[in-house]
Design a protein around this ligand. Sequence first.
Ligand code: C2E
Ligand code: CA
Ligand code: CA
Ligand code: CA
Length: 278
Amino acid sequence: AARSSGDAVRSYLPSMTQGFLRRFQLVTQFRHALDSGQVQVHYQPKVALPSREVVGVEALVRWVHPEFGRVDPDEFVPAVEATGLVDALTGFVMECALIRIRKWLDRGLRLSVAVNLSVRNLEDETFPDKVADALRRHDVPPRLLTFELTESGVMADPERCLPVLRRLHGLGVVLAVDDFGTGYSSLAYLRQLPVDEVKIDKSFVLGMGTDLGDLAVVRSIVELGHSLGLQVVAEGVEEDAAKEALVRMGCDIAQGYLISRPLSEDRFEAWLRARTVR
Ligand code: C2E
Ligand code: CA
Ligand code: CA
Ligand code: CA
């Protein structure tokens, strides 16, 4: 009944208002979605180059909404980020990540999990304490937890983010700059940030087979990243030719559809088993 009345209301509204309504619903229903299992974490493997050994996964949220169906994180994460609810999102994903890491350790597997942070987390002075507490509760070595932060997010207000970044780094977790190359800043500022890893944005990796400019960007990020002592990860690796080019450049880690799409917990476990048996 709620569904059909919602449809009736929507049919009278102009589309801009409908977009607003949907965004409003997503934000107001997110807490309930988290608590009722509508939000799940999927895992996408990251492999070392050239060995293709699985070194870890990136945790990516998925929301299966009872009315809208699958809602992409690109739509609901920005909406959630605009509210205090992003704490709950990050907390949820971090808990899932630490439970996974602990289960793998108990089976003798050392796999890291990367969790995406929002700028809001970096502006919250209590965040490092929450992380330290969660690591202790799950008895997980800090090096197995990575946080990915976007270049544009950190650079929007580096003064505000730096204290939290320094404390996170002090805990021993790995810090990665995500979507690297898309921001307006140069690699030089990386020296000022307490980070361990750069993740080349997928737009360059996807374009490198056909666009010499993209190829040059990828090559220079690998070289400069290494000259600063950082681990370099390429995301969006869809083709074997891209993987081979990355191997030649000396890129450390690859992630993308060529290796696997993000998978549900169960499907990831099956993927992992099939791979290690071979
Ligand atoms: P991101 O952190 O840049 O994540 C990588 C995105 O690229 C993911 O999209 C992934 O599914 C996609 N991808 C992976 N391999 C390939 C490939 O080979 N080709 C192409 N074309 N795409 C590939 P997804 O899962 O839709 O996530 C979108 C964005 O939502 C993420 O971008 C991230 O910014 C955000 N996000 C996802 N989960 C979380 C979360 O738990 N917390 C926060 N704050 N943000 C999240
Ligand atoms: Ca990411
Ligand atoms: Ca990215
Ligand atoms: Ca992105």
